[in-house]
Structure formats: structure tokens, C-alpha cells
Design a binder for this molecule. Structure first.
Ligand code: NDP
Ligand code: GDR
Length: 345
């Protein structure tokens, strides 16, 4: 019989790639969606016709119990979150509720549906439903060492990072307290043509396409010196799945081990269409964050060794892929009046 998976955050970048990956592996896939007439649900349903949907919200415990009980999944992937870091200074309570407490609610739903006791003690006898938590390199924040591994101390620099650290520890705690098979993937930044338009790589690729076609002149950015370890989302969902196929649950860092600055991303993207970035980029101090994560770089040797995982797409290819995709969309927008960011997938 085929395995089944429930994905929270299925309307997001990673959720869509993961759903495609699991369907290709023969899974029955269910996506949790929230809200009335959510336009992102229509978008992902159109993209992935074999995907099933169930209603639920990370803010609503009862809806999560119902969803897990109805689907009876073999695997739950908790990708749902308010994922844009600056939002977490504007709405810290919401972000704590969704990204932090929301993780506990999914674990509670699994515990209740699996009939795991209030305290089974120890980590033996893992429950049947396996759980993946989308942890983040933002938890490292002001880094204590470079590169960062599973053993590096956390020093989060945003309410987002603090909430993700809670989600990380509560996953470990349900593993130790109730025997839930729960893992966290500590994923570094990953991008794609499906990336939200508010994140820096996509903001750049969209602007480059518009500027190339004469639809826009300037690109406003914040800190060009910030350094990240950027990979391709399609590669990273393979690692999520592999983590849940191991005999014993564990936490894994996933990244490329390569560092690039925002300035590098800008240069590569403009070069891809034969333009000089310095003629178009303007620094807007309002886009600089109250507490910045200056630099991140993954030591993913455990994932390589234990999961046999390697990234396949390199940073230059990734930026070029995004620019090419947005250029095609910008052309369609110019010729047919389609909405650019919304129409990209
Ligand atoms: P996106 O922002 O693209 O997607 C976020 C998803 O979360 C959307 O499907 C959204 O659904 C859903 N969501 C938001 N609020 C709720 C809620 N209250 N209840 C249920 N679902 C909700 O994020 P990504 O795909 O990029 O990231 C996936 C996960 O991985 C996130 O948890 C993110 O924090 C984490 N992460 C991402 C990294 C990256 O570089 N992309 C790196 C490390 C971690 P809706 O359509 O309803 O708004
Ligand atoms: P990040 O991604 O905060 O690392 O979180 P983002 O792309 O937003 O920022 C990366 C770096 O670029 C700098 N930057 C700008 N960022 C944005 N968005 N817009 C700008 O104009 C701009 N100018 C400079 C930022 O200051 C930052 O240093 C992403 C999200 O996917 C999280 O959910 C995830 O957990 C982490 O990656 C790992």
C-alpha cells in the first residue's frame, strides 16, 4: 500500500516542491490549507492536480487533530509558518503563535491521534506517524562559529528565529517525552522561481526582468553586505523526505557550504541580462533590519554522510534560473497584461 503524507504550508514554495516530490515517489499527498477562498490554494491545485486538501490552521488545535485523524498519515511535514523575517518585528505575537506554538499543536495532534500517553518516558517505541519540522538557520543568528553544524549554539536575532528555536526544541522534547518520531531539518536559505516576491533573491530577479524590459528603472535594497548560504528549494525537499526514512530520528543541517553576499546575488542577476547593477540599485535605509543576521554558512557533512544528500544546483545557476523565469513572465505581462509575481507558478 502506498504511503500517505500530510503537508502544512502546501501553498508555499517548499510545500509545492515537496508535494511534487512525494507524489513522484508514489505517496498519497494531502495539503493542509486555511482560510476562506485562499487564492494560493487554487494556484497549487492547478499546478498539482493529484494533491488532496484538508482544512486546518496552525492557530487552531482542534482543526489539526481533525486533519491528522482524517488523513491518518504515515508522515507529517510541518512547513507552515509566517516565513518572512521582517514580519516578525511587526507582528511578534502572531509569529510566535504560528511558528512556535503551532509546532506544539501539530505534535499534540499526532500524540492524541496516535494514542501516545502523557508520558511514555524515554524515546523507545516510536509512534507510527513520523514528523518533520521546518527549522531554520535563522536560529543561529549571531553565529558562534562558522560554518554552522547541528552542534552550533543558537543565538536568534529576530522573533522569527526565537519562535523557530521553540519549534526545534519542542520537537526534540516530544521525541524524548512521548516517543514521537520527530526530526528537524535546519535548512539554510533556499530559493526558486516559486519564491515569494518579498525575499531578496526573488525581489532581485523580478526587478532585473522588469528593468531589462524597460518596465522599471530602480531596485531598492537594504544591506548588500549580508552573506547567506543559498541553495535550490527543489534540492532541499529531497533532504526533508530522506530525514524521515532513517531508522532513528535525528536533526540535520541542510545547505551548500558556499557563502555569497546580497551584492553577489545582484551582480549575477544583472549580468545574466547584460546590465550593470550599479546603475540601477539604490540603498534604502528603511530596508535595513533592527538586528541583522550578518553571515551564515552550512556544515552539512552529517546530511551528506547519513542521508547521502548533496545539493545539485549551484548559486549562479539558481540566480540565472530565477531571472530567466521572471524574464519569461515579464514578457507575458508586457504582452498580455498578466500579473507578474502571482502568475509565476
Ligand atoms: P512560504 O512563505 O512560501 O510558505 C509558508 C506557508 O505557511 C504557506 O503555505 C502559508 O499558507 C502557510 N501558513 C502561514 N500561516 C499559517 C497558519 N496559521 N496555518 C497554516 N499554514 C500557515 O515558506 P517556504 O515554503 O519558503 O518555507 C517553508 C517552511 O520552511 C517555513 O516554515 C519556513 O519558515 C521554513 N524555512 C524556509 C527556508 C527558506 O529559505 N525558504 C529556510 C529555512 C526554513 P497560506 O497560503 O495560507 O498563507
Ligand atoms: P532571510 O531571507 O531573512 O535570510 O530569511 P531574505 O531573502 O528576506 O533576506 C536575506 C538577506 O538579504 C538582506 N536584504 C534584503 N532582504 C529582503 N527581503 N529585501 C531587501 O530589500 C533586502 N536587502 C537586503 C536581508 O537583510 C537579509 O540579510 C529566509 C526566509 O525564508 C526564512 O523563512 C528562513 O528561515 C531563512 O531564510 C533561512
Amino acid at each position: 500500500m502506498s504511503k500517505s503524507a500530510l503537508i502544512t504550508g502546501v501553498t508555499g514554495q517548499d510545500g509545492s516542491y515537496l508535494a511534487e516530490h512525494l507524489l513522484a515517489q508514489g505517496y498519497q499527498v494531502w495539503g493542509l490549507t486555511r482560510g476562506q477562498a485562499n487564492p494560493r490554494k487554487d494556484r497549487v491545485a492547478k499546478l498539482i492536480p493529484d494533491l488532496n486538501f484538508v482544512d486546518g490552521d496552525l492557530m487552531d488545535q482542534g482543526s489539526l487533530v481533525s486533519a491528522v485523524d482524517m488523513v491518518q498519515p504515515d508522515e507529517v511535514y510541518n512547513l507552515g509558518a509566517v516565513s518572512f523575517v521582517p514580519m516578525s518585528w511587526q507582528q511578534p505575537e502572531l509569529v510566535t503563535e504560528v511558528n512556535g506554538t503551532g509546532v506544539m499543536r501539530v505534535l499534540e495532534a499526532i500524540r492524541i491521534v496516535s494514542g501516545l500517553g502523557k508520558s511514555t518516558g524515554g524515546s523507545d517505541g516510536h509512534g507510527q506517524i513520523r514528523f518533520y519540522q521546518a527549522s531554520s538557520s535563522e536560529m543561529f543568528g549571531k553565529v558562534a562559529e562558522s560554518p554552522q553544524s547541528e552542534r552550533t549554539l543558537f543565538h536568534p536575532r529576530s522573533p522569527y528565529g526565537v519562535a523557530k528555536a521553540y519549534g526545534h526544541y519542542i520537537t526534540q522534547n516530544y521525541r524524548e517525552s512521548y516517543g514521537v518520531y520527530g526530526v528537524s531539518g535546519i535548512l539554510f536559505n533556499h530559493e526558486s522561481p516559486r519564491r515569494g516576491a518579498e525575499f531578496v533573491t526573488r525581489k532581485i530577479s523580478l526587478a532585473v526582468a522588469q528593468i531589462k524590459l524597460g518596465l522599471q528603472e530602480k531596485l531598492l535594497l537594504g544591506n548588500l553586505d549580508a552573506v547567506r548560504d543559498w541553495g535550490f528549494a527543489g534540492d532541499y525537499v529531497r533532504a526533508m523526505h530522506l530525514m524521515l526514512q532513517q531508522d532513528e530520528p535525528g536533526d540535520y543541517v541542510v545547505g551548500t557550504g558556499q557563502m555569497h553576499s546580497v551584492r553577489d546575488a545582484v551582480r549575477i542577476a544583472f549580468e545574466a541580462v547584460g546590465l550593470d547593477w550599479e546603475e540601477h540599485v539604490v540603498i534604502d535605509p528603511a530596508l535595513v533590519r533592527p538586528a541583522e543576521v550578518e553571515t551564515l554558512c552550512a556544515d552539512y557533512s552529517n546530511a551528506r554522510k547519513e542521508l547521502g544528500w548533496e545539493p545539485e544546483v549551484h548559486f549562479e545557476q539558481l540566480m540565472q534560473m530565477m531571472v530567466e523565469s521572471d524574464l519569461r513572465q515579464a514578457g507575458r505581462e508586457r504582452d498580455h497584461g498578466e500579473l507578474l509575481a502571482a502568475a509565476s507558478w
